[in-house]
Design a protein. Structure first.
Lengths: 113, 114, 242, 585
């Protein structure tokens, strides 16, 4: 069965927000755990942080920052939609969210390498 | 399964987190410029009440926010309802509070005030 | 008739309780032909047992909605040339509602939720009172009007993934009507209405997917209405008047 | 067979979920709060029938300067002195209360004037701007609000239940119940009730071009006819001059393009690309519905037609943007169907719109069969030979409400359930199952034949030869239908079976319309005899009464009783102006 009722940009914006939320929720416990290693076993954390110098890992970090940025801007878009007077430019805003997230995460990436 | 109160909590925490996340991102971009090290992180945060409050409120907010967010997703996508759903939501909340709280404590005030 | 040589390959969902599957039919293509015309051609010329529903045939009753090439549409006012892909059509019953037979769905759950959302006018006056004087430029009237022209076709209901995922969710149409009533200064049931749209399946479950607004054949915007409800309920929560 | 009939009892049974049926349900439940009210509909509640399709609006005398008397006089004069005056009076006077009920209690949100009072617009044939409306989708507002109210009540719903026969009590003294087909399963269901309202909405869908919704096939009138009830004014079929013409292959053909297009200055153009309305009437395109319909019909007979055999409506000279703005809904509807109303030419044709005739009732909706009540388009009398635009939905809501009140009262003072007449029940089942044993045939072709006969011989213009020819053809089609079957293996939601039943009722009522038309040897309102073009003396006005007994159909004439006003007189005071223009001056 064809299921093309989903094929529009605002639905993709929804799914992106949801997937980024899941991604962050999965990453966060790991992140917290790593940080608490800071005191219990600083060596291990430093080893980990060195590991993050690898390019591949840089890319993964880029992804994470992108997730965080896209989720945050997306969340702000949603709250603007809900709390501010209606704007007919919903698709533009959704596109702006992705663009901004790229901008921020690329900035991060370029700084990091 | 979002009710008004859960909805309110999720939006409120989102509003709290937005500036914190922005701040965190700025710090991160600044911090990663010449690589990360434990010493660097700790030098910035150790003994700082400001950072404790900053990351502490973030952890509080994110625990509530993500617990509610995941609750919605597992009920919608995995069909979990009722007691199981509440149990799961509380579990996420507690887990994030514990892990997050511990991390914040350790990188900021664990060694005492400066 | 433009060209008697052209045929459409039409896959139609056949379902008699559990044995659902697509069957394909060849239907001659005509110049002025809607999806509803295609379906009734099959019923009249190929398989007399094919079941579907329609009434007004001009987009007023909302009885004829189906999934056409995966998208929910009113079929009586959907021209074939608007949706056809390489002479192929796939026609299925409206999503998110139980199938009675073939293309006919049971709309009762949709209307039960309409009532559950308190999307029913609650009078504050009687027939013996004068009518409320409300000017056309009254801001509330303008908002109420923006959501009022719904034909309860359930196209939005079929488009929404939250409806699919959460059986309790009241859905865009019922909530849209509730919002219209929230802005109806003649209505006496506001507190109960805000309560009804805040419960388990209420407006807060909407994730602003906006498929409802995209597919509403009358160009209504349930997303806008639902965010109005979110604001109104939030306000009443913060006022502690609940 | 009988073992498969599900049985069911209720107090008040309502057939039809249009304006009349829904209003009756609300009022009946209020008048008799402890009663069980059941509403049975051929489609879904509130989503079938024509009340939803009302665009223009609702006539009611509200505005300062207007009066019930004036509305009444317009109704009588519009109906060419044929209306039952008591019914017309009750229609006009109760409409005032009903519109308040619709707005204040049901929740309809009608359009307003800048001062906050109800906006009322002009509609053809009326001396005052009295048509209340909600944009140009008045019917959707009225029926959606009514539907919500009914759904919120504990009224029992039998949806997709098609009434097929009225079953009298064993002694024949009253109506005992109604036989249905539960369309979803294909099974029979007998519902007994103390009071039954018929509100199935007439609807002349036996013409090649017609506006009413697809579920209407005059079932109610045909059922009543079989029980020997009298039908009046059956020759009075109103044609709307501008139905969309998009070819035979689409159901869009016949649907209404709104009256306002001509009112706003639209041109009607024939196949030779020439405006022709001034050849027929000094008012040109703005002449009344019947005149415009006849003019278009004449152009069609003279073969000066568009590709699909109609004429064109053209709005472009008014400026496409202006048209697109002013007639947004219509332009969008045409665009959805592939036509450019704002800038191009759209083919139109007269289309059968409304049946003025119907079952003889009194002003309390009672019929000659105790226990049976009739309201809405099924009931005859209120409109005479012509219905004013805006009086249709007023009629169905006014009399639907009255029926609910009256039935609620009647069941509380003595009406009871009756033992059904098994012979009639058996006969009705036999009638409905008749096609199931026979070899299937081409119903679509039979239907098209009927539609063509009615259009050509019993349509916009009539004469004795044509009507007689039509009657013969109707009989032939009837005979052919009788030998045409429907495959019996799968009766659940079997549209072919229902098509067969629709067709049978349409044939039966076509015969009545043609016979009544043959019997009226003058021209009044919607009925135009080319061989009797005069109206006849108003003082001697009569209406036709059709009745079936055994195998014969009789049409008689009955004099109109001028109980309130006589031809030539008026209820308006001497100093009251006759027309709106005069009032303004
Ligand atoms: C396109 C259009 C535009 C119109 N515009 C106007 C206007 O502007 N102003 C105006 O005043 N009038 C207008 N009318 C006329 C008006 O709509 C009708 O006169 C009026 O609504 C009839 O109401 P009703 O309740 O009698 O019937 P309907 O609303 O037609 O309802 C009939 C009901 O009976 C059901 N039914 C039929 N057969 C059976 C059966 N066998 N068993 C069970 N149920 C059955 C149907 O499914 C339906 O629910 C218009 C009509 C049309 C078609
Ligand atoms: C930084 C600022 C953030 C903002 C402004 C924000 C905003 C939002 C908003 C408005 C929603 C509701 C979306 C909806 O109802 O459809 C949401 C959902 C969610 N958020 Fe966040 N959020 C932020 C951070 C986070 C973080 C850090 C996480 C990770 C733990 C997270 C996880 C989630 C999840 C899992 C959902 C559920 C998604 C869904 O229902 O589809 N959010 N967020
Ligand atoms: S909001 Fe639009 S899509 Fe939804 S039921 Fe109403 S008319 Fe149909
Ligand atoms: S599609 Fe569904 S999620 Fe909300 S915006 Fe519309 S109701
Ligand atoms: S048949 Fe009424 S909306 Fe399509």
């Amino acid at each position: 069965m064809i299921e093309s009722h989903r094929g529009h940009s605002l639905w993709f914006a929804f799914i992106l927000h949801r997937l980024s939320g899941i991604g962050l929720a999965l990453f966060l416990p790991v992140h917290f755990y790593m940080l608490s290693l800071a005191l219990t076993d600083p060596g291990q954390l430093d080893g980990f942080l060195a590991f993050t110098d690898l390019l591949l890992v840089k890319w993964a970090e880029f992804g994470l920052v992108f997730l965080l940025a896209v989720h945050m801007f997306g969340g702000m878009r949603l709250m603007a939609l809900e709390f501010l007077p209606w704007s007919p430019r919903q698709k533009t805003y959704a596109a702006m969210v992705v663009a901004l997230a790229f901008f921020v995460s690329t900035g991060f990436f370029l700084q990091a390498i | 399964m979002l009710t008004l109160r859960l909805y309110f909590a999720q939006r409120l925490t989102a509003i709290i987190m937005a500036p914190l996340t922005l701040g965190h991102l700025v710090v991160m971009i600044y911090a990663v410029q010449d690589g990360l090290s434990v010493a660097e992180i700790l030098a910035r945060t150790r003994g700082s009440v400001t950072w404790f409050l900053f990351y502490g409120s973030f952890v509080l907010a994110v625990a509530v926010h993500a617990a509610i967010g995941l609750r919605v997703i597992i009920s919608e996508w995995l069909g979990v309802r009722g007691v199981m759903l509440s149990f799961f939501s509380w579990a996420v909340l507690v887990l994030l509070l514990f892990l997050g709280g511990r991390a914040v404590w350790m990188v900021t005030l664990a060694g005492g005030l400066q | 008739m433009v060209d008697t040589e052209t045929f459409l390959d039409v896959s139609i969902w056949r379902d008699q309780g559990g044995d659902g599957h697509f069957e394909t039919y060849q239907v001659p293509r005509l110049a002025n032909q809607t999806i509803l015309d295609v379906v009734s051609w099959v019923q009249q010329h190929i398989d007399p047992t094919l079941s579907y529903r329609f009434a007004c045939r001009v987009g007023m009753c909302g009885s004829c909605a189906m999934m056409v090439n995966g998208e929910p549409r009113w079929t009586c006012r959907t021209h074939v040339k608007k949706v056809v892909v390489e002479d192929c059509l796939e026609i299925a019953p409206l999503r998110n509602l139980p199938v009675i037979k073939d293309l006919v769905v049971d709309m009762d759950p949709f209307f039960d939720k309409w009532v559950a959302a308190n999307a029913v006018f609650e009078p504050s006056r009687t027939r013996d009172d004068p009518m409320a004087p409300i000017t056309p430029d009254d801001p509330m009237r303008i908002v109420a009007d923006g959501a009022i022209e719904c034909i309860n076709c359930a196209v939005c209901y079929a488009a929404c993934d939250v409806v699919a995922a959460n059986p309790e969710y009241l859905g865009p149409a019922a909530l849209n009507r509730s919002w219209s009533l929230v802005n109806d200064s003649r209505d006496a049931g506001q507190a109960q209405r805000l309560h009804a749209v805040s419960a388990g399946g209420g407006c807060h479950n909407c994730h602003s997917q906006q498929s409802c607004a995209k597919f509403c054949p009358n160009e209504l915007n349930p997303t806008l209405s639902i965010s109005g409800l979110k604001r109104a309920t939030l306000k009443s929560l913060l006022r502690w008047d609940r | 067979m009988h073992s498969s009939i599900e049985q069911h009892d209720t107090d008040i049974l309502i057939l039809g979920g249009g304006g009349a049926g829904l209003f009756a349900a609300l009022h009946a439940q209020k008048a008799a709060p402890d009663a069980k009210v059941t509403i049975a509909v051929k489609g879904l509640i509130g989503k079938c029938g024509c009340t939803r399709m009302v665009q223009g609006g609702y006539n009611v005398a509200l505005a300062p300067g207007d009066s019930v008397e004036r509305h009444f006089m317009d109704t009588i004069i519009g109906g060419k002195w044929l209306p039952d005056q008591d019914m017309a009076w009750r229609l006009c006077s109760t409409a005032v209360k009903r519109i308040h009920e619709l707005e204040n209690e049901i929740g309809c949100f009608f359009d307003r004037n800048p001062d906050g009072s109800l906006h009322q617009k002009a509609f053809a044939g009326q001396t005052f701007d009295r048509t209340a409306h909600k944009g140009d989708l008045t019917g959707i507002e009225i029926i959606s609000r009514l539907m919500e109210q009914v759904l919120a009540l504990p009224v029992e719903r039998l949806q997709e239940h098609r009434a097929i026969g009225l079953i009298p009590s064993r002694d024949g003294s009253a109506l005992a119940g109604v036989l249905f087909i539960d369309m979803r399963t294909g099974k029979f269901r007998l519902v007994r009730a103390k009071a039954v309202l018929m509100a199935t909405g007439g609807g002349p869908t036996m013409y090649r071009y017609h506006t009413p919704s697809g579920d209407k096939s005059m079932d109610g009138l045909a059922m009543a006819m079989r029980r020997g009830l009298a039908l009046r004014d059956m020759e009075m079929v109103q044609f709307h001059p501008t139905g969309l013409l998009a070819g035979a292959g689409t159901k869009m053909t016949g649907t209404v393009l709104e009256e306002g297009l001509r009112g706003a200055g639209g041109y009607l153009i024939n196949g030779e690309r020439r405006r022709f309305m001034f050849d027929y009437d000094a008012d040109g395109e703005r002449a009344t519905r019947d005149i415009v319909s006849r003019a278009i019909y004449e152009e069609m007979r003279q073969q000066r037609t568009s590709p699909h055999g109609g004429v064109y409506i053209s709005m472009a000279h008014l400026g496409p943007d202006l048209v697109a703005d002013k007639f947004k809904g219509m332009v969008k509807r045409c665009a959805d169907s592939g036509f450019d109303l704002a800038g191009g030419l759209v083919e139109v044709v007269p289309t059968a719109h409304y049946l003025m005739g119907g079952i003889v009732v009194d002003t309390d909706t009672r019929t000659s069969l105790p226990g049976l009540y009739v309201a809405g388009e099924d009931a005859g009398g209120a409109h005479g030979s012509n219905r004013l635009g805006g009086n249709g939905v007023a009629n169905s809501t006014v009399y639907g409400g009255i029926a609910g009140d009256v039935m609620g009262g009647d069941i509380q003072c003595g009406a009871c359930l009756h033992v059904v007449d098994r012979d009639v029940l058996d006969a009705e089942i036999a009638l409905a199952t008749a096609p199931l044993g026979r070899p299937p045939g081409n119903l679509t072709s039979l239907r098209n034949q009927l539609l063509d006969v009615m259009w050509n011989d019993v349509g916009v213009m009539r004469d004795a030869d044509g009507l007689q020819r039509g009657l013969l053809r109707i009989d032939e089609i009837d005979v052919e239908l009788a030998v045409t079957g429907v495959a019996p293996d799968n009766l659940a939601f079997n549209l072919s079976w229902h098509d067969w039943l629709n067709l049978r009722n349409l044939i039966c009522m076509s015969r009545v319309i043609a016979s009544a038309a043959l019997s009226r040897e003058n021209s009044r309102g919607a009925h135009f005899r080319e061989d009797f073009q005069e109206t006849g003396a108003m003082e001697d006005s009569y209406f036709t009464v059709a009745k079936a007994s055994e195998q014969t159909l009789s049409v008689t004439r009955a004099p109109v009783q001028f109980t309130i006003v006589k031809p030539g007189d008026t209820l308006l005071g001497v100093d009251e102006a006759e027309t709106l223009e005069a009032v303004v001056r």
